[in-house]
Ligand binder design. Sequence first.
Ligand code: ZN
Ligand code: ZN
Length: 149
Amino acid sequence: MPSLKLPAEGGCRCGRVRLKISSKPLLTMACHCTGCQTMSASAYSLSAAIPSDGFEITQGEPVIGGLHGESKHYFCGYCMTWMFTRPEGLDWFVNLRPTMLDEPGWFTPFIETWTSEKLPWAETPAVHSYEALPAFEDYEGLLAEFAQL
Ligand SMILES: [Zn+2]
Ligand SMILES: [Zn+2]
């Protein structure tokens, strides 16, 4: 499998919004929740949690979409690609959809969430599966385990 080379650039489907990451992900995830199924138009969403200071929009202006709630979902305003999410109250990282990157082949989900809502056939290679979300106190261990990979 290819490895992540930094900095790594990417963008939306039409290329009007471009971004760059210069930090390794803290964690990689797949989410099977029905909200992600709808927004991704697919079986599950993919996220790479990138430290905020290693994440940069280099071209264009993403717009907020989804539920317009406390967690901010960012889209290209032209092609409407769901690009990344800034989770509520967690401003030190950005959940980037890794398929925005020009070379996403390094990505595998380390954890998967909301398997209680998954499509019956949907499987991922995630090491840890959760019916909902990990307990808040589990994240420190998960980050440490992911960092060892
Ligand atoms: Zn676009
Ligand atoms: Zn979800």
